[in-house]
Design a protein around this ligand. Sequence first.
Ligand SMILES: [Zn+2]
Length: 102
Amino acid sequence: MANKWDERKKAQEDEYFVKKEKDLIEKLKAKQELETKQSVKATCHMRCPKCGEPLKERSFQKILIDQCTGCGGIWLDAGELEAVAGREEGGWLGKLWQRGEK
Ligand SMILES: [Zn+2]
């Protein structure tokens, strides 16, 4: 027959572990929420400023550009326009770029 004291001790232990498990779950939840927020933030960075649709990376003349999957708008990072315009020397974009500089 089980000792009363042992039973009580066992119950306390169970309570302790349940509480510990709850804490762990809470921590995990908080961590997951943080990760979700961070990934949302990362996705937001890659969204079209015009229509909010996600941007898809594609290469244009070996330069990676971000094109909107919604409106088809093209977004260039710093230096990318120069790179595209530079390669397009004599082309419409190069002319446009040079005209803009003068
Ligand atoms: Zn768009």
